[in-house]
Design a protein around this ligand. Structure first.
Ligand code: NOJ
Length: 738
């Protein structure tokens, strides 16, 4: 026997031994992951925990080897981790992000379907819609050859100026957790891994690489971490991405409290923690604090989890058991999601069901649009003869948010001179024109003006039966907006147009909350967020009444920045990466958004939960009972108007006497219900006991204090429609809320 033959045979024998326990898919992911790690060489274990950037990003560095993509990776994508063929472990092909299959900056981006922004999906208040969207983009990821989708944006909106609010799900732990959890579940239904990110407190982009967030354990567990906890329980993400920022002194990716204690011990997370790209800062500290995989190492100062980790294990600074655990967590994720048993098969994008996916994103958008004001202008009158549409490139399409999550779609466009030349550009519009959508649905003559010259726009608006101004606010990763005003003189444009014609409707395409100095002078306002690749159709259908708006705000719209916990943003965009700026989230603690406004008796421009309909709805028969350790609520909802539509039942809870809550009330439950005119339904909704409790850091328990609690229904956080009171006995729950 030749030496080569002998070697081949022994390799085959080894893989047989190694494979036998692995092949049995009847075994648990846990057992299979254990067996896989046992069969791995030390080099293979190290290989599992070290990720590459998968893009030829010559613009990043002037072309150092760090940014040359590995040839087995998928070009222009976020990341790649090689597999171990002899053990049947596939490579990890990683793609951004939450609204679809993104492409890193490239002259030839993949063209895929984009959902509305994460915040928009949250505005649907519909977990099924969130799931459907996740399932759709996960399918496109799979058919594009990716088995890890870097989705699941979960940071709460503490800062309305945050440039990435559009990637997240709003300000409330329950709403955000349920929506993001369902998106994750949808993505992973494709047998691929989804992340949940950016863990944690990545609530501003200014100085995101360095900012040190101060937040107490109790407040954290009752707010942002509770949102992550809900999303984790619902979605079971197989991976969590730690954030750039520091939290209480330590970087998120070397933060023992966040990773080892809260995530892995308290919640029992079995998957792996991957770093954000450029968020690994050490070898020993990071590995021992709970980071399992260094991502896109080229963004870090050093390849911390390569030779340095090998050496750290050799000399005992990181234990062998810990390296085994790191590798196990990665492969566990691949077994648990089905990524091993149902491997991706490379580029099959030719088989994507484009028409079906367009419907999914359009439904999401239609449900997400929030009618903020309507003095009867909407739906557009059938008798209108002349409609003037102004601004927002509405003749072409709809805006999307910028950065690594950017999805490019057929016909996308950047308009000359708009947005930055570099990251987080290009400022991208999708070719789904609201103007054309309106024109297709009315007999009126519809003319367009680009809105660049407010005077000319106002002249055209004069005498029209209806004017629709599209206003845009582009936001993107890495930059916060300076204030809440619409950029580029659009407030002046709207004011000028509204002065010329009272019958002005404003459609906003924004990343998050904006102020509206012209509000009193316009007839109607629709918040359309970034509505995705079928957004123009969705907007047209809502404006014309083909679809009855049913979105509700997932975030408070402040009247001014003075009302927020930090009127001035901490940190300075010009600080360098060695700076150590601070921000204090203990100012508001867990009282985020509407809770802060409630506590401080502030009147927002529009409250959390707010949104109008073309119909009217009534609730009746509210009752509540203690149920297990939490509560059960029963309420009937009825469509009392003339058109079919959906309503969002919002249940708020509040202790009658001070129970140490962060704010007077919390959202306890919600449901979205479609009703025909005259139809009614009785809903039964559960309130998770953690939403009735406070967290005690010392004992790691949640306590529901004995006493009376108000259970309320509301049209928003400030419009309570009915109240009932229940008595709850004292309850103690473990850290997982059981
Ligand atoms: C940085 C972003 O913060 C993160 O969300 C993204 O997944 C990675 N880049 C990879 O592109």
């Amino acid at each position: 026997m030749t030496k080569t033959k002998r070697l081949l045979l022994s390799a085959a024998a080894l893989s047989m031994i190694a494979l036998s326990p692995l092949a049995a898919s009847a075994q648990t992911a846990d057992a299979r992951a254990d067996a896989a790690v046992k069969a791995m060489t030390q080099a293979e274990k190290l290989q599992m925990v070290f990720g590459y950037f998968s893009t030829n990003a010559t613009w990043m560095t002037g072309g150092t080897k760090n940014f040359i993509f590995p040839k087995e990776g998928l070009p222009d994508s976020a990341g790649y981790v090689p597999g171990i063929a002899r053990l049947g472990i596939p490579a990890q092909w990683e793609t951004d992000a939450g609204v679809g299959v993104a492409t890193q900056r490239s002259p030839t981006p993949r063209l895929r379907t984009a959902l509305p922004s994460g915040l928009a999906t949250s505005a649907t208040w519909n977990p099924d819609t969130a799931f459907a969207g996740g399932a759709m983009i996960g399918n496109e990821a799979r058919l594009s050859g990716f088995n890890v989708q870097l989705a699941g944006g979960m940071d709460l909106v503490r800062e309305p100026r945050n440039g990435r609010n559009f990637e997240y799900s709003g300000e409330d732990p329950l709403l955000a957790g349920v929506i993001t959890g369902n998106e994750i579940k949808g993505i992973q239904s494709n047998h691929i891994v989804s992340t949940m990110k950016h863990y944690a407190f990545n609530a501003q982009e200014t100085n995101r690489f360095t900012i040190d967030v101060k937040v107490g354990d109790k407040a954290a567990r009752e707010s942002d971490l509770l949102a992550f906890q809900f999303a984790y329980e619902i979605g079971q993400p197989a991976s969590v991405m730690c954030a750039y920022n520091r939290v209480n002194g330590a970087y998120s990716c070397e933060n023992d409290w966040l990773l080892n204690q809260v995530l892995k011990t308290d919640w029992g997370f079995k998957g792996y923690v991957m770093s954000d790209w450029g968020a690994t800062h050490s070898t020993v500290a990071a590995a021992n604090a709970g980071l399992d995989q260094e991502s896109g190492w080229a963004f870090d100062k050093s390849p911390y989890f390569a030779d340095a980790l090998k050496e750290a294990v050799n000399n005992g600074h990181v234990s062998q058991a810990r390296l085994d655990d790191m590798a196990k967590r990665v492969v566990w994720a691949l077994y648990a999601t089905g990524a091993v048993d149902d491997p991706v098969k490379g580029d099959q994008s030719a088989t994507i069901d484009w028409a079906g996916h367009a419907k999914v994103t359009q439904t999401d958008a239609e449900e997400s649009l929030v009618l903020l004001k309507n003095n009867g202008l909407l739906p557009l009158a059938k008798a209108a003869k002349k409609i003037v549409v102004i601004g927002g490139h509405a003749d072409f399409g709809v805006l999307s948010g910028g950065g690594s999550s950017q999805v490019y779609a057929e016909g996308w466009k950047r308009f000359d001179g708009e947005g930055p030349d570099g990251f987080p550009g290009p400022l991208t519009y999708y070719a789904s024109s609201p103007l054309k959508g309106i024109q297709a649905r009315t007999k009126a003559s519809v003319v367009f003006n680009d809105g660049k010259d407010p005077k000319a726009a106002a002249r055209l608006a004069r005498g029209a039966d209806m004017v629709i101004v599209f206003a845009t606010q582009w936001t993107g990763e890495s930059i916060d907006v300076p204030d809440l005003n619409l950029p580029d003189n659009q407030d002046a444009l709207i004011s000028a147009v509204a002065k010329a014609n009272k019958k002005t409707v404003v459609v906003l395409e924004t990343g998050g909350p904006v102020v509206m100095p012209w509000l009193a002078n316009v007839g109607a306002v629709v918040e359309a967020w970034y509505p995705g690749t079928s957004g123009g159709e969705a907007i047209a259908r809502v404006l014309t009444g083909e679809v009855n708006p049913s979105g509700r705000l997932p975030v408070t719209f402040p009247a001014s920045l003075d009302q927020t916990p930090r009127p001035k943003l901490d940190g300075d965009p010009k600080l360098d990466d060695d700076a150590h700026p601070h921000t204090d989230y203990d100012i508001e603690g867990a009282a985020i958004g509407y809770k802060w406004f409630d506590k401080k008796s502030l009147k927002p421009l529009f409250p959390f939960g707010y949104g109008l309909s073309y119909s009217t709805f009534a609730t009746s028969g509210l009752s509540a009972t203690a149920d297990g350790k939490g509560a059960k609520v029963s309420v009937s909802v009825k469509n009392t108007g003339k058109v079919a539509g959906s309503t969002v039942t919002q249940v708020y809870v509040s202790p009658a006497a001070d129970a140490g809550w962060e704010a007077p009330k919390r959202l306890g439950a919600f449901a979205k219900t479609a009703l025909n005119p005259g139809e009614s339904k009785t809903l039964s909704l559960g309130v998770d006991p953690r939403l009735l409790a406070t967290y005690d850091s010392a004992s790691k328990t949640w306590t529901v204090k004995a006493g009376d609690y108000k259970v309320m229904t509301g049209n928003s956080a400030t419009d309570i429609t009915a109240t009932t009171t229940i008595h709850l006995d004292q309850q103690t729950l473990d850290v997982r809320g059981k």
